[in-house]
Design a binder for this molecule. Structure first.
Ligand code: S3P
Length: 435
């Protein structure tokens, strides 16, 4: 990937209607379930990001024919539960933790061996959280000291387990449910806090008997999946940057149409409202079994808060954006119970703290969060650490900084948000690539 640096500076008040790309979590899952279903599934609103394309490429390597009739659309010719074929080449998940962890669960029950690899960032992310419970289901997976690459051994008979997740993780839950499709007996997952339930909802939509409620899911092996069309909503996590940007730039008003509003994703909406943000939901409706709505956000002065810990899992990907809001709000914001941020695409507590301090913000890091004192941001040069959400968050910071904010190495933004630069400049940002 070529290195790409950005410079973000104050632009215009933000205006217009911004259509953000499709949901990453839903796009990954739609590909995987459609691949092992019987028949052809059409996915609309598919995220054309590098993460989800990597998953599509892996499935193609495993013998699944996937067509692209137009951008944002895939037709997946399902091969059935036992129709995947092994590949002698490593399966490259790129930057995608979701891709790698879910595929590990899917591949644990196959009749062939697989090797999963990832890029420099993914190669540092913990995998025992998935491989340990999979091992107790009978899987055999070798890691590199708990990290990728993963060597998944085929031909291992799996059996269901009842597993209480030690940390709230939709990726771990989903990996175990996917392995459970191939396991004898029941697989039951209990979460310490409910997480996004796309796998459960989508399994049901594809016709697999499953019972689930917030914090709990149960299925048994030995059924089959029926091809189903999937409408992917716009990604709330991508909308998040605009929610913060319009909240902090005086005179702004943005509309974000058809954004997915699954309650397990919208913690930032509540956090920003607690800080004084003016965000309304217009035209709430259902699309593809998911709640969606048009978000309208207008500038409003923000103040610091003590973030309720119960919101953390529902906004786990939105903290980089929240850190920027907190850094320019009046008063202080206290974040606790968010140690998971340390094992995302980068250590997001450290990366945000270092970057914000570079811009003159006062921020105290703690093991599981931060205390951020709001104030003015200055100019400076920050590192993305190969983390898409860090890069996009500092692009937002540049809107209200005293001078340009240079963000180093932004190429990974394409993993989740292709076209970010054009879209933000279209609504009033002044974001440029720099040599
Ligand atoms: C995801 C779950 C979350 C989230 C990630 C996507 C998913 O990860 O951070 O971006 O699609 O299941 P964890 O399961 O590690 O919390």
């Amino acid at each position: 990937m070529n290195r790409l640096d950005w410079s973000s500076r104050p632009g215009q008040p933000l205006h217009g209607s911004v259509r953000v790309p499709g949901d990453k979590s839903v796009s990954h899952r739609a590909l995987m379930l459609a691949a092992i279903a019987e028949g052809d599934s059409r996915i609309r609103g598919f995220l054309e990001g590098e993460d989800t394309r990597a998953t599509a490429a892996v499935l193609a390597q495993l013998g699944v024919h996937i067509e692209t009739p137009s951008a944002g659309e895939r037709v997946v010719h399902g091969v059935g539960l036992h129709g995947l074929r092994g590949s002698s080449q490593p399966l490259d998940c790129g930057n995608a933790g979701t891709g790698m962890r879910l595929l590990t669960g899917l591949l644990a029950g196959q009749a062939f061996d697989s090797k999963l690899i990832g890029d420099a960032s993914l190669s540092k992310r913990p995998m025992r959280r998935v491989t340990d419970p999979l091992a107790s289901m009978g899987a055999r997976i070798d890691t590199h000291d708990g990290l990728p690459p993963l060597q998944v051994r085929g031909r291992q008979p799996l059996h269901g387990i009842r597993y209480e997740l030690p940390v709230a993780s939709a990726q771990v839950k989903s990996a175990l449910l996917l392995a459970g499709l191939y396991a004898a007996g029941e697989t039951e997952i209990i979460e310490p806090h409910p997480t996004r339930d796309y796998t459960e909802r989508m399994l049901a939509a594809f016709g697999w008997p499953i019972t689930f409620e917030p914090g709990r899911a149960k299925l048994e092996g030995g059924h089959s999946l029926r091809a189903t069309d999937v409408d992917v909503p716009a990604d709330f996590s991508s909308a998040a940057f605009f929610l913060v940007a319009a909240s902090i730039v005086p005179g702004s008003e943005l509309k974000l149409p058809a954004v997915g509003l699954n309650p397990r994703r919208t913690g930032l909406l509540q956090a920003l409202r607690l800080m004084g943000a003016d965000i309304t939901i217009e035209n709430p409706r259902e699309s593809g079994g998911e709640p969606v709505g048009d978000l309208v956000v207008r500038y409003a002065p923000l103040h610091g808060i003590e973030l309720p810990e119960s919101l953390v899992p529902d906004m786990i990907d939105e903290f980089p954006a929240l850190f920027i809001a907190a850094a320019v709000a009046s008063g202080s914001t206290l974040i606790r119970g968010a140690a998971e941020l340390r094992v995302k695409e980068s250590d997001r507590i450290a990366t945000m703290a270092v970057g914000l301090r570079t811009l003159g913000a006062a921020i105290e890091e703690t093991p599981d969060g931060a205390l951020i004192h709001g104030g003015k941001l200055g100019t400076g040069s920050v590192e993305s650490h190969l983390d898409h959400r860090i890069a996009m968050s500092f692009a937002v910071a540049g809107l209200v900084a005293a001078g340009p904010v240079r963000i180093n190495d932004c190429s990974h933004v394409a993993t989740s948000f292709p076209g970010f630069l054009e879209l933000v400049n279209g609504c009033g940002f002044a974001l440029r690539t720099v040599a």
